[in-house]
Ligand binder design. Sequence first.
Ligand code: PRP
Length: 215
Amino acid sequence: MTQPLAIALTKGRILKSTLPLFEAVGLVPVGDAKETRKLRVDTNQPDTKLLLVRASDVPAYVEYGGADIGVTGKDVLLEHSGRGIYEPLDLCIGKCQLVVAGKKDAQIDAPGILRVATKYPEVTRRFFDRRGQQVEIIKLYGSMELAPLVGMADLIVDIMETGATLVANNLEVIGDPICDISSRLIVNKASMKMKHEKIHQLINDLSKVVSGNSL
Ligand code: PRP
């Protein structure tokens, strides 16, 4: 009997780069997964479904067994405890960097306790802890670039891909990037045991596609 498999993918722009990887290993959604309002999508493999969820929810779906496998950014994973999850493969898509940014005259070493607006409080806390610097973190859910412009924060910690959003808002990167980011394949630890053959095969096939080898 074949084992059912649920794969949680991130809705939005990252889906455009994720689907070709899965298609290259023979897993193709039925219909247009990029356009559908359905949240659970059938594939050409009757026992495999795609779940379309928010990037930040992918680790929860995989940790709690709603999905066996997930794809999400390293930025999201750095905020997650990692409990119950393996991260076996860097898919090398969705590449960007996590950076500190601020207005042109902003200084990371300015005296006093700086306010930092971010969607990534854990990474931000760890980054400033490593610097031995106490900061006040303001948790936001998007459009972080606005916070320094309206005087609500001194700095932001956010992902930068092209840099266009920073430029458009008169902000610039301060110092070196905190880290490089890309999308990762994650696997529920129990699923890895129970559905080892199928998941192992998928990881192997995807890793060949990612490294540019044909199957
Ligand atoms: C992300 C990020 C930046 C932007 C960076 O936002 O938060 O705002 O992309 O990309 P760029 O360097 O190519 O300009 P996203 O579009 O995901 O929306 P969000 O603000 O809701 O997180």
